[in-house]
Design a binder for this molecule. Structure first.
Ligand code: 3PY
Ligand code: MG
Length: 259
């Protein structure tokens, strides 16, 4: 089942754990038991292979942590198709700029008549159980293919209303680094320009009844509180394997007394 939908229905935040460098079943199980609802498997900024991403998705299904995969920017329909066939329950599209790009993203994630996804048999999404075409379409076009549009430029913020209005787009997801960079305040997440851009996207989500989310690893309760309780975010990339190791490593090294 799709934990994002469960979280939305039960008015909870869907907490996501990012995987950049650990194509490893145990990490997926650890993330599940640590309290994460979903995986954010990153093929945009990381070097995992498609086969590794598919194996992570498979373990995610078995462990009960919903696997979402971020694809490379403008990777093409063929790549997205393989990510979905490999077991992703949703695709995170970086750098969506306008409604036309959002519509194209939805189209490759949905079988006809809603979209142009092509059909195959024996899929990880169904634990390799044979399914009828009708069953694959019914599940695949609804809870089996969450569509995330990442909003990470000033242009995308200006177009947030039309992007949120696209049928089939489920989540508008802020990319804090790229968004702040694009609007000229790179990394300054306290700046008025950044904060008002984020607010505009949250308002578009509220108006069009779409999920609002953020893909920044902040590890900061105040920022999380702003996103969740002021802006209504329901999807958060909370932590990520590489940041976690870097942060914990720095802390441990720093805790060793000086001579
Ligand atoms: C960004 O901050 O730009 C991102 O894409 C975060 O994942
Ligand atoms: Mg980005």
């Amino acid at each position: 089942s799709n934990n994002l939908l469960r979280c939305i229905t039960s008015r909870q935040v869907c907490k996501s754990f990012g995987i950049k460098v650990s194509p490893n079943a145990q990490i997926v199980q650890v993330a599940r038991h640590a309290g994460y609802d979903s995986l954010f498997i990153d093929l945009e900024h990381a070097w995992l292979t498609l086969a590794e991403a598919s194996n992570l998705c498979n373990v995610g299904h078995l462990a009960g942590i919903t696997p979402f995969v971020r694809v490379p920017h403008q990777c093409g329909n063929g790549f997205v198709q393989r990510v979905l066939d490999g077991g992703a329950m949703g695709v995170i599209f970086p750098h969506i700029q306008n409604a036309a790009e959002a519509k194209a993203a939805v189209s490759i994630c949905k079988y006809p008549p809603q979209g142009c996804r092509s059909m195959t048999g024996l899929m990880p999404l169904f634990n390799m159980r044979p399914t009828s075409i009708a069953e694959a379409v019914e599940f695949g076009n609804k809870s089996g293919s969450t569509v995330f549009a990442m909003i990470e430029s000033g242009e995308a913020v200006d177009n947030a209303g039309e992007i949120a209005a696209v049928e089939g787009v489920d989540v508008l997801l802020i990319g804090p680094n790229d968004l702040s960079l694009d609007i000229g305040v790179g990394g300054d997440f306290a700046s008025q320009a950044y904060r008002s851009s984020v607010e505009k996207v949250s308002e578009a989500c509220r108006k069009h009844k779409k999920v609002f989310g953020v893909a920044g690893v902040y590890d900061n309760p105040e920022i999380h509180d702003w996103f969740i309780n002021i802006l209504g975010a329901r999807f958060l990339l909370v932590q990520q394997d590489l940041s976690l190791i870097a942060g914990a490593g720095r802390k441990s090294a720093g805790a060793v007394p000086q001579v």
